[in-house]
Design a protein around this ligand. Structure first.
Ligand SMILES: *Cc1c(COP(=O)(O)O)cnc(C)c1O
Length: 394
């Protein structure tokens, strides 16, 4: 561990404040460090390992794909890509998919589609996109612009122009922002993830939909974190009974491989034409095969299990005196601990053998969708010990 830490510090850019942990191996939701100490994984690599680490079925799908074709480029047809796009569209009622490698790239595509839709139909001058204060949409220069947090708008300017920010919950502000007629899209996370696991109010979401419909503004839902079963539905927009014009997803889509998708609906399916967008790695067959394995197993039974686990976690944590509140949907939950910094709780939890995440001031839980109930309970017991030791210390 010490030699790895030294190498990391000497040779890797210091962009991450790492926790004192090196995961060496694991299976499902149980992982081990280099000393074989056991940890219950409540973060699944930031909502990426949808079925946990080294899931057998996923592994088989990925290895079978490696044994046939690992990469061909987008100059040629791809069987796993075509099958995955079909499945994504059939499961969501959407019409076309563009494959990318990450959440930020999927959002870049969504932004391009919104702007081109508008310029095709209305000409120049209608390129603005509204995002929400406290949102997170990625780390490229454009998705940093889209991210509605001032801390991300430093050092790297000039940033991409054409973004306006609205406060979640304030429909009147939205209406005034679209008045000038320069807005082509409104982009939202239905549960703000990095911003602190905060679900949008359904009445506000209905207002957004109405504003979009009234003004031919495209509704873009960033499902990078909320997607792929995370909130108890295949995509979070189903919880709200709405249908976006475009949604993006990534994180859990390929169950541990770098992958993203921008998914377009009735209004937007024809926007991107030959040459409008592209990616060397996007839709890579191995990642697509991994995603097919994940997506095809996110059925009603699994989703009901997500909701059941969510209720179990909420009930157990809300009964703890030191817990202020639990927010979120499905297995995307944020825990406020009374008088404790989230990072302190996580450090303590790691000591105790459980791995949660943070989101702003909250301890964030993003366990694997299929985490066994007994493993979950054991992990929560360890987390609660950590919560009790850290509360009221700040
Ligand atoms: C993580 C995240 C992104 C960025 O995804 P990357 O794969 O890191 O580029 C974008 N939007 C949301 C909502 C996210 O949670």
């Amino acid at each position: 561990m010490e030699d790895i830490k030294a190498m990391d510090s000497d040779y890797i850019a210091h962009t991450y404040g790492r926790f004192n942990l090196l995961i060496n191996k694991g299976k499902g939701s149980v992982v081990y460090d280099e000393n074989n100490k056991e940890y219950i994984d409540l973060g699944s690599g930031i909502a990426v390992n949808s079925f946990g680490i080294c899931d057998d079925e996923w592994k088989k799908a990925v290895i079978d794909q490696i044994d046939s074709v690992t990469h061909t480029s987008n100059l040629y047809y791809s069987s796993p890509q075509a099958k995955l796009a079909k499945l994504l569209c059939e499961r969501t009622g959407m019409k076309k998919v563009f494959f990318a490698n990450s959440g930020a790239e999927a959002n870049e595509c969504a932004i391009k589609v919104a702007r081109k839709y508008s310029s095709d139909k209305y000409g120049e001058g209608r390129s603005s996109i509204i995002t929400l204060v406290n949102s997170f949409h990625g780390r490229t220069i454009t998705t940093l612009s889209a991210t509605g947090q001032d801390v991300f708008h430093k050092h790297f300017g000039p940033f991409t122009g054409g973004f306006k920010y609205a406060h979640a919950g304030d429909a009147e502000e939205l209406k005034s922002l679209v008045k000038d007629g320069d807005v082509c899209g409104i982009m939202i996370e239905l549960v703000q993830g990095e911003g602190g696991v905060i679900p949008l109010d359904p009445a506000y979401v209905d207002e957004i939909v109405k504003i979009c419909n009234d003004n031919d503004i495209l509704l873009i839902v960033d499902e990078v974190q909320t997607g792929n079963g995370r909130t108890g539905k295949l995509y979070a927009f189903e919880n709200y009974g709405i249908k976006p014009d475009i949604f993006s997803t990534a994180k859990g889509l390929a169950g541990g491989l770098p992958f993203g998708a921008c998914v377009m609906g009735d209004k937007t399916e024809g926007v991107l034409a030959k040459g409008d967008h592209g990616s060397t790695f996007g839709g890579n067959p191995i990642c697509a095969a991994g995603a097919l394995s994940i997506l095809s197993r996110i059925d009603d039974e699994l989703l009901n299990g997500v909701t059941k686990r969510s209720e179990f976690i909420k009930k157990k944590l809300e009964a703890v005196d030191e817990v202020e509140s639990v927010t979120g949907l499905g297995l995307m939950l944020g825990v406020s601990v009374k008088g404790a910094a989230a990072a302190d709780v996580v450090n303590k939890a790691i000591e105790k053998g459980c791995i949660p995440l943070t989101a702003k001031t909250k301890v964030r839980l993003l366990p694997a969708l299929n985490i066994p109930m007994d493993v979950l309970e054991k992990g929560l017991d360890r987390l609660i010990e950590a919560i009790k030791e850290c509360a009221f210390k700040q």
